[in-house]
Design a protein around this ligand. Sequence first.
Ligand SMILES: [Zn+2]
Length: 566
Amino acid sequence: MIFQQAHTWFHQLIFALTLLMTPMAMGQQENIKKPKLVVGIVVDQMRADYLYKYEDMYGEGGFKRLMRDGFNFKNAQYNYVVTETAPGHASIYSGTTPSTHGIIGNSWYDRKLRDLVINVGDSTATLVGSEIPNTNGLSPHHLLSNTLGDELRQGKNFKAKVISVSLKDRGAILPGGRAADAAYWHDWVSSPGYFVSSSYYMEDLPNWVKNFNKKGKSDAYLNTQWETLYPIEQYTQSAPDNNNYEPAIGGKSTPTFPYDFKSMRERYRQAGAEYQLIWVSPVGNSLLTEFAIEALKREKLGLDEYPDLLAISYSSTDVAGHTFGPQSVEIQDMYLRLDQNIEELLNTLDKQVGAGNYTLFLTADHAGMPNAQFSNDQKLPAGIAPIKTYQFALAKFLNNKYEQQNLLQQFNYEQVYLDQDLILKSGLDLSSVQRSAADFLLTQEGIVGALTAHEMLSENYEDGARQKVQNGFHPKRSGDIILTFLPGYVQNTAAGMTLDKLKGTTHGSGYNYDSHVPLLWMGAGIPSGSSVREVKVTDIAPSLAMILNLQLPSGSNGQPLQELFE
Ligand SMILES: [Zn+2]
């Protein structure tokens, strides 16, 4: 009797618990709202501190809306070197590092071709929409692992659309992945500033792209003038407009506002780069925003039951960053204007797809260092890593030590390639030649790390600078020796370069000025909040795969961002 009572009581308890738990569990499921559209925004060369440095001057509907209504990962990091555009975009969308997706740099040396290859170069493809036919074939064929877009295409039986847009070819092609519907970029080489694509995706441009091109927007933008958005006295976060850290471009006598494109474009035209003037100024971001909004509308993204992906990569921020540097009024003004572009984009998404129906993230493909002379003037570490000097010294060292010419095949910045065939034929041991070359390079000023391919393949580095090198190492594409330079050092190939001649800035290292980027999320399924936990850009794609209930991209080894699911 007691047993039976206990038995019944136990069952009643379980039943009650089931009643209590089921609605809760169901409620939790409903809270993870599925987006109808994923929007990825990459801002080329955006440093994490730009979110806060210029915050007082941002409007309420752009960056500040993302920080206020969405989730802000304040310590988002690149976990490999080199921090360049092509590997950055590939890593964001594939959820893994160059060691797996294979895009180890913007270019790399191909031992079989005995030549440098460009990340999106593809001689079997032709440009589509260009005025000069069959030029500069481009595709994502060097990308070795799947992207989020590839999984979205497969997971929805190719009914989800993946469209990717940028000014830069690599900024459009790599985010789309291998199975994208289309990637479009801005061609300043062989067209009057048209958006073009590749025969890899299509035979002919869709009508909406042709019509957009026909409007001649690039040309119209080059008949305008770039002045600061607010009175220049208000740009107190930046160095004075006229300084020694910036070059005077387009025939100007000083590196100062205003920039009258009309009078500058002739000089750019003579250099065969008239439409690249768009890339160095905020009108490039405005042009891309217009094009992205046109893609959103004409491709009807986010309107049917299959979620789509729109990848947008802003390139002018990188070109202006290289030209003027982070201390410049030009960069501050560009971000204030980009803030307005993002507000316009968000408002359009709210209207077309509906606020809360799309999931958006914003990050960067890398950040950027301060101008080297500027750092030096502020007593901060800065220097030059003279690549040609290293190259001649190493060639001489190898000749003397092994009594063999031409053992050094290619010195491509931090990647040093030895002639492996010649080493084999000469009866030398590859790993010991690698190590002695590395030890020699470590004696050179500015070089603080020299790891060999043999070490990359035999060791497992679990953290720090050596892990970043290993994450960026691909056995088929990387060099025999991979170098690391002192913090603040700029790699340079020009003879006799001095700090004062280095205008603007660059990027590529594993140091925080290059690796620490913004990571903001907003929209369907995204809570509001912030975190200082160190997260990796390779966490973005697996997080989206979890939000969309997709298979993880093939090489993805990032961790879904737990904070987004709480
Ligand atoms: Zn760059």
